[in-house]
Design a protein around this ligand. Structure first.
Ligand code: HEM
Length: 548
């Protein structure tokens, strides 16, 4: 009986809606949390004694006490001065809302909470209070219209530890501004979005075709060769040269980067991010630190080689440009320059990781969708045969390949590889859509809720290329297509990615017919994502039969 009472109380506590932030502000310290918990235990103790004698009087008193708890907590949770804070599920002391969150698929839990609490809600991940923004209108309003408030990064503990406040993804302030500006300018100078880059991608797609041909139509794992091909594009812009796919240093750097991207999404690393003191010992943290050290070492070797052969009049890539800038600032006597080697190594490692993992994951989703939906693959290949024939696809062809372009966009939409963007943080207090959000609050722009927004997409959960086609079959842009996020922190590699996806995907589909491995039907191809830093396809094999 007592069990049933406690269960009822617990369920009520777990499910009811309230203003968690008001609770948080009312009991603003863990000491107060602790006192409330002790009080509850005392009351439970009293109840237990009462319920030992289950007379109607005792039961009546028991119910009265529950009612009292309910009324007291209700008045705490809806205290009028704080009820403007975003709503959300009731946090438990210490654990916050961890019972509401599936650590393996947190984005799914956020989608459910979005349905329940609306487009701006609060969730407590352990001791960390996070405001989640959901739906196209809300995410856009925050990231674009209020980009000065929502544009800072809130690095997760593991990234703080690994990047030490350097590089371009996980930091803020002047260092971030300088590294972002430098990276963008130089990636553009070395071809991003231009013909020079197009040529590199075309050359690399030819290498990739040769590797895939070697499988002679037999089933193969799509991950390695695609990762190497994609990685070589960012490598040629950063280091000034590509690598052979069997180069051991290159292979190990790519493999380690892909491995760490998966580990970053593991529940143990998430637990470490929330409770660093408790989970410092976990193996996955040690592996990430080892990977980081190994990649830093390898980069130092590459940098010294580039330094020895540097010609300031003819920079080969971003690393050369960095050394030239560093030298200029040293000569000018600038003492607090951001152009030091630690910033270089982390900026390069960030560009390498972001430039390798995301685009290759998207391409792999694209091929998997083609094997899963052969009628759609038929239409892409028919368009490619009709418009391109046997010649090499170029960027200029995109406008004449609307169906292929729509399939690539739909791949990015449905694959939704970065469902919560990367964590942001508010730079000051703000009243946003009637809710009060405090300075320094962690913010998750739930990109998945935009890419799957039922008000924006006709068939949000289906692979449906007509999302990007008008009635005449011409390609149309969609506002809610924001896989690269928006505002101040928008992906730095968007134009590079768009070029890579188009040329690699169209060239591969021009050369090969992708099908499931023998013995696996199209229906059996699993589209469940694997959660890492991004959402990748589960390990799988495909056959690529030559069709040229
Ligand atoms: C399919 C491919 C890609 C997707 C879907 C993607 C998506 C994203 C997203 C969602 C963010 C976080 C934005 C935010 O926090 O609001 C981001 C950040 C970033 N991306 Fe990408 N990305 C892709 C490819 C690339 C490539 C190829 C590069 C390399 C040039 C790159 C470099 C970066 C960097 C440096 C940041 C951090 C920007 C900052 O914090 O200022 N990404 N990307």
């Amino acid at each position: 009986m007592i069990y049933s009472y406690i269960t009822q109380l617990f369920c009520h506590y777990k499910n009811r809606s309230f203003q968690p932030a008001s609770f948080h502000l009312f009991i603003d310290s863990s000491l107060a949390y602790f006192s409330i918990t002790i009080l509850c235990f005392r009351i439970m103790g009293m109840l237990y004694m009462l319920l030992q004698d289950p007379t109607s009087f005792s039961l009546f008193v028991a119910l009265l006490v529950f009612l009292l708890i309910y009324i007291t907590t209700s008045s705490i949770f809806s205290s009028p001065c704080h009820n403007k804070e975003p709503p959300g599920p009731t946090p438990l002391p210490f654990l916050g809302n961890m019972l509401h969150i599936d650590l393996k698929k947190p984005y799914k839990s956020f989608m459910e909470l979005y349905k329940k609490y609306g487009s701006v809600f609060t969730v407590h991940l352990g001791p960390k209070k996070v405001v989640v923004l959901a739906g196209y209108r809300t995410v856009k309003e925050a990231l674009v219209n209020h980009d000065d408030v929502f544009g800072d990064r809130d690095p997760m503990v593991i990234f703080k530890e690994v990047s030490q406040g350097h590089g371009v993804i996980w930091n803020n302030g002047d260092s971030w501004k300088e590294m972002r500006r430098f990276s963008l300018t130089n990636l553009r100078d070395f071809g991003m979005g231009k013909k020079a880059c197009e040529d590199k991608i075309i050359e690399e797609s030819q290498h990739l075709i040769e590797v895939i041909k070697k499988h002679k139509g037999k089933a193969f794992d799509t991950s390695q060769s695609i990762c190497y091909a994609v990685s070589n594009i960012i490598c040629s812009m950063v280091y000034g040269s590509r690598f052979e796919y069997d180069n051991p240093e290159f292979k190990s750097m790519v493999d380690r980067t892909i491995k760490s991207a998966i580990i970053y999404g593991s529940p143990s690393i998430q637990a470490y991010n929330l409770f660093p003191m408790l989970f410092k010992w976990i193996t996955n943290r040690r592996i990430i630190l080892e990977i980081n050290t190994a990649n830093k070492k390898l980069n130092s070797v590459l940098f010294s080689h580039l330094k020895e052969t540097l010609n300031p009049q003819m920079c080969r890539g971003l690393v050369d440009a960095f050394f030239v800038q560093k030298q200029k600032e040293e000569e000018a006597g600038i003492t607090n320059s951001e152009f030091h080697e630690t910033n270089l190594v982390f900026t390069v490692m960030h560009l390498f990781a972001a430039g390798t993992e995301t685009t290759s994951t998207t391409l792999r989703w694209g091929l998997l969708f083609m094997a899963k939906f052969p009628q759609i693959q038929d239409k892409v290949q028919e368009e490619l045969r009709r418009v391109i024939g046997d010649r090499q696809v170029q960027i200029a062809d995109r406008k004449n390949l609307p169906y292929t372009d729509a399939v690539i966009h739909e791949t990015q939409r449905l694959a939704n590889i970065i469902p919560t963007a990367l964590p942001h943080k508010t730079t000051r207090d703000i009243i946003f859509q009637g809710h009060f959000i405090k300075k320094g609050t962690t913010v998750y722009p739930l990109l998945m809720s935009v890419l799957y927004d039922e008000n924006e997409w006709e068939k949000p959960h289906t692979f449906y290329p007509p999302h990007f086609l008008d009635r005449e079959g011409k390609f149309i842009k969609r506002d809610a297509f924001i896989p690269f996020s928006a505002g101040r922190r928008i992906c730095l590699g968007e134009s590079l990615t768009r070029m890579e996806l188009f040329i690699f995907f169209a060239t591969l589909l021009q050369h090969f017919r992708f099908t499931p491995a023998p013995g696996v039907s199209e229906d059996e191809l699993d589209l469940t994502p694997q959660t890492g830093l991004s959402l990748t396809p589960l390990p799988h094999k495909l056959c690529a039969a030559s069709c040229m």
